[in-house]
Write a protein of this length. Sequence first.
Length: 486
Amino acid sequence: MRLAERSTTTALVAAAAVSAASYDTCCDRLASALGDIVTTTPFTANDWFSIQESTLVPACIVRPRSAQDVSKAVTILNSSRAPGCQFAVKGGGHTPAGGFANIQGGVTFDMGHLNATALSEKGTSVAVGAGAVWNDVYGYLDDFNLAAAGGRNGLVGVGGLLLGGGISHFSPRVGWACDGVVGYEVVLANGTLANISATSHPDLYRALKGGGNNFGVVTRYELKTFPQGNMSVNTFSYGVSQVGAVFDAFNDVAADPNFDPYVSLQAGLLYSSAAKAWSVSASAYYTKPVLHPEVYSGFEALPSISNTSSITSVASLAAENPTPPLNWLFATLTLGTSSETMLDIFKTLNGSLYDFNPAGGVTWNFAFEPLPSVMLSKSAATGGNVLGLDPEDGNGIVLLFSALWPNSSSSDSIYQKGRDTFTAIEKVAERKGELRKFEYLNYAGPHQSPLASYGAESLNFLRQVSKKYDPTGVFQHKVPGGFKLW
Ligand SMILES: Cc1cc2nc3c(=O)[nH]c(=O)nc-3n(C[C@H](O)[C@H](O)[C@H](O)COP(=O)(O)OP(=O)(O)OC[C@H]3O[C@@H](n4cnc5c(N)ncnc54)[C@H](O)[C@@H]3O)c2cc1C
């Protein structure tokens, strides 16, 4: 992994350096202007996906009820009379890296009350509060036989997913989830509440599509809707002896130049250190209500442990209940389509992880997802994003590399093992000539450089837009969490 963009580690160090006394002043100032939406009532563990985030304790939490509350709070925190007041912004709380959406000893904005959904008069778009989770969106739109492109798990936040890109069940049909945003309501660094669209602030509009939390606090998104009924859910699990054949079946779909736009596919590898056992699976969804869709015949043909096909609504598929947080590690890389490379990656993972069993155990989880060129071609049609991807590169694959473990005393050894293993598989992909430069921000680990991976043109553009709308670098320095630009 490359070390570049300033991220979590600096966030934690910077927050710790600010004295408790100055945070009393920050929180006092906020409370006297905003009243009881400023609180020291702590988060509950279930508010967060990871232990790394849930164990950080802010000095106070701002729970805005309106965009104006956010505007007032940002104005106060940006004031020259509050020089040391650092803050974090929490959407759905699903980024695992500590300090990305929470802050030790600082001020955390919990956007959760801003979760209203409202369909436009014509039904072609839906306004969604930036503190909503995808359950809120799909539950609301299902009743109208509509959907919007968003996360596949219902508790993931609208806020973070749309700022980093967003791989959706519908992406091959409509592009990255961020490509479906037609308007943003944002509180800028100076506290101004601005409506951003392709026509009003085209530079900021584009920068928000992949630029992360570097430009403001988003209070509302306007998302394009499209007709959507039930969809098809096909799940396969296999013995590890089938791994190569599963990769072949995956690759047949992922590499197809006529990629079927109704495909929503993940091939998964899971390794439990305690059981010393791999499992291999495919979550092969199809965004039409067709049982056993033909496109997945390669998976159907393999001897499986289980093979199910059912029809369900988008909302039911996404629905989930909160679970207590665990320690999590995320990292990502992007590959060209090659089942041979996937198999070599699996062999390298097995060699590196097989004998590693830290106290409390660790589960490694690797998800391969198609990145078809048909999906990338959609963004230009919607005004473009900053991800720097070119449909001409052909179909690719995004790999989400993750680990989860309960015992925090094992964290150091797991991080080390994770880094070594990730570096090893990156080398495999490079040697095969299949490593691509793109690092998907929402899957990236804190030591990766997703914004730089977009390429020099996008990175320079993002920096210029940041300097234009946030000349003093509020979202670079006062909001230290996340991937930063300067
Ligand atoms: C179980 C699970 C399932 C996932 N599924 C998918 C998936 O299907 N597709 C996909 O593409 N990704 C997926 N992801 C990755 C996901 O997109 C990222 O973790 C994303 O950052 C989560 O957004 P959040 O609002 O929940 O996170 P948070 O941790 O709350 O926020 C993430 C980042 O966004 C910033 N942010 C959040 N809201 C705002 C706002 N209103 N204004 C400014 N900044 C804000 C935060 O400051 C933080 O830096 C998944 C992750 C998990 C853990």
